[in-house]
Design a protein around this ligand. Sequence first.
Ligand code: AHM
Ligand code: MG
Length: 333
Amino acid sequence: MTRKNQTLGEFIIENQKDFPYASGELSRLINSIRLAAKMVNHEVNKAGLVDITGAVGETNVQGEDQQKLDVLANETFINTLTNREIVCGIASEENDEFITIKGQKNDHRNNYVVLMDPLDGSSNIDVNVSVGTIFSIYRRVTPSGTPVTIEDFLQPGNLQVAAGYIIYGTSTMLVYTTGNGVNGFTLNPALGTYYLSHPNMQFPEDGNIYSVNEGNYVHFPQGIKDYIKYCQEEKDDRPYTSRYIGSLVSDIHRNMIKGGVYLYPNTAKSPNGKLRLLYECNPMAFIAEQAGGKASDGFRRILDIKPTELHQRTPFVCGSKNMVEKVESFMQK
Ligand code: AHM
Ligand code: MG
């Protein structure tokens, strides 16, 4: 149930009974993500004001070591989740290995693992373009009370219990699903409170936006080249319009509101594409499906891929259902 002026805190409490397992643990976990996102938002917003955007290891005008925002965001999320002893493990796009969390008191007894891309699209920060955080939550599969193993992280996306993203844009929004639809909350920075602004978000079934880095066109598979030509053809409701920010969260967020498809195909140089299955594609695919959209690697459902390694990549096509199906039909020709 949603109502006007509802805050994210109220929404989490009121919908807790609908959460899988409903022990309160998942609610506390989402609360911790909400808090870390506020801290990262604060840093992202002042990125243009302070010497924080330089490379790691450089020294700012005060003689302090600079930390890049993606490193800072990574630490903020990891510390917030670790200090609250809310998860048993974390995997991050920024870290080679997963992190095991024992907890001071509970000896590996938390039930959830989090996988995240703490600051996606971070090359956009220097030019004041929106970036995002993406997160994905699973229940562990190994027994409680033992340290997590790689098996807890290498689960197919269809076993996610929650996923979401934060977009640090003209306003900051947290959008998430626990498998019961998608809801979006906008941060009022003066109060530090997120309000439900986009209840029950839905991808339009069709759209006229395609989002792809056309600079890579010559390297794309023939099916993707043909689809792009189809989008550009003068016929029916075409040509479609091309919109590409180069920031996955922003491109998907816009397409979910307006109707469109995002593509990051494989190329000869990157035979598995660029995006990471566990940190980027699975959470976005879960959100897309919960919002009535679709996500595919061109041939199969993203959420059904059984991962074999933490930093695995996959081609990615995500957006309005009819548009994703059209791309698949071109790929399968
Ligand atoms: P990152 O995780 O290194 O930030 O890379 C992911 C980003 C996505 O946000 C974006 O959609 C894509 O890379 C853009 O890549 P490209 O510049 O090759 O078009
Ligand atoms: Mg990324």
